[in-house]
Write a protein that binds this ligand. Structure first.
Ligand code: SF4
Length: 431
């Protein structure tokens, strides 16, 4: 039986598009030279691909770029990985999108790749490449990280030495040279106006074609200072009409109420304070900074306050699915991990806080390949359970906040989008 047939038989609550997305996320696709050709115009993967022995070089090179994101005929977006034993191939095909996915030679659907975005190659008025302003784009979502350095990496101690309380999975928050052109200084709340000016110029480009603008940044030890930094960004964007143009989300750490209210006043519409892992013991192990500096209870209370301020359809918390099963002190039983993840949904979803699970990837092999910690079946069982909770409490994912055109590794918007009228009886569903 093919993988897709098995998933269809087993996961009857999962829409076909989400089954395909999950299958491709886990199984990847086999290499085909047309993928290397497509990398000329597609949004590129940050890791180039080593051609396997026996495969002819591409334009004389064995290390080649690959597209990063697939976009199928029904607008499902999927992160692309190349795996030699996958049942899936993507080849050029006569259809309006130009390519098709095949499983073991059987046609599945038309597809294409997310293109590289022309705005990222433009310069701001002061000559800065727009891609170096802290702004990046995946599908419909612009992500603005104007202050990437996270203070949890360098927490001062009485001995004078700093302590690293960063989250175990986090590589992107390490304070480094990215902070220099952005003018970020650790322990200082304000960002230079020149940084915000460049970002606003990039966000103002009509060709972003994005709907969501997600503000993120490294955490600060002082929650109020962190909130003030986001308020500064939001006001700057609001004065230039950008909080009207985009659905703006504050993706900070947990914040005090006063800063959330100021963000709301500035036109920010959603909040996303990531708990990363639900189980209290694992939260303390995986996120020592969040645990010691804010505290799990305070973090959850802040999410509940956010639902009160921004609205019950406008708050999310992201989870790194599988991190609780990885490393020293991890849970040993996947069933316990599944129960805990479902418990997160049982607590948060009725309170107007959406749980969103992305996959924790372990780096493997000499070419630094990546494999998810969760199995495909675990991921689908978890997603079916959370989908059931969203239905039970009549709280579908708000597509203005987070949609299937920006979720390339999460399935929640794909479940809730499925245009079957019985699923959300008390909500008008727009396809
Ligand atoms: S708080 Fe965010 S940026 Fe800081 S270590 Fe954790 S995940 Fe990374």
């Amino acid at each position: 039986m093919s993988l897709l047939d098995r998933l269809a038989e087993t996961y009857t609550q999962t829409p076909a598009s989400a089954r395909l997305k999950a299958a491709v996320l886990f199984a990847g696709v086999r290499y085909h030279p047309s993928l290397a050709e497509a990398a000329d115009w597609a949004f590129p993967n940050y890791m180039p691909f080593h051609l396997p022995p026996g495969e002819p070089a591409h334009r004389g090179a064995r290390l080649v770029n690959m597209p990063y994101l697939l976009r199928t005929a029904d607008d499902t977006q999927v992160r692309l990985r190349i795996k030699p034993d996958s049942p899936f191939t993507i080849v050029p095909h006569e259809n309006p999108l130009g390519y098709a996915i095949f499983e073991d030679g059987r046609y599945v659907t038309a597809t294409t790749f997310e293109p590289r975005l022309p705005w990222a190659d433009q310069l701001t008025a002061d000559g800065t490449p727009m891609r170096a302003t802290g702004l990046s784009q995946h599908g419909d979502m612009l992500v603005l990280n104007a202050a990437p350095g996270c203070e949890y990496f360098v927490v001062p101690t009485e001995s004078g030495k700093s302590q690293n309380l960063s989250c175990t999975f986090c590589l992107y928050g390490l304070p480094d040279k990215r902070m220099v052109p952005l003018g970020q200084e650790l322990f200082k709340r304000e960002l230079p106006e020149s940084t915000l000016q460049r970002v606003a110029e990039a966000c103002s480009r009509p060709d972003t074609h994005a709907r969501h603008l997600y503000l993120v940044g490294g955490s600060m030890l002082d929650m109020a200072a962190e909130g003030d930094r986001f308020v500064q960004m939001a006001r700057f964007l609001a004065e230039r009409g950008l909080t009207d143009r985009y659905y703006v989300t504050c993706g900070s750490g947990a914040l005090p109420r006063a800063q959330m209210e100021a963000l709301k006043d500035a036109g920010v519409r959603g909040a996303c304070f990531n708990l990363e892992v639900w189980d209290p013991v694992q939260f303390a192990r995986v996120c020592p900074g969040k645990d010691k500096i804010v505290g799990r209870d305070r973090w959850i209370a802040s999410l509940e306050e956010a639902a009160d301020i921004f609205g019950a359809q406008d708050v999310m918390s992201a989870f790194v699915g599988g991190v609780e099963l990885d490393g020293l002190g991890a849970m040993s039983d996947p069933e316990q991990a599944l129960d805990s993840a479902i418990e997160a949904g049982e607590y948060l979803i009725p309170r107007g806080i959406q749980t969103v699970y992305s996959l924790h990837w372990k780096v493997t092999g000499k070419h630094r390949g990546e494999e998810p910690v969760y199995s495909l079946d675990f991921f689908l069982r978890l997603n079916e359970a959370l989908y059931g909770l969203r239905q039970k409490h009549q709280r579908p994912i708000n597509e203005e906040h987070f949609c299937r055109r920006c979720a390339y590794m999460q399935l929640e918007p794909d479940y809730d989008h499925a245009p079957e009228p019985t699923l959300w009886p008390r909500h008008e569903h727009t396809a």
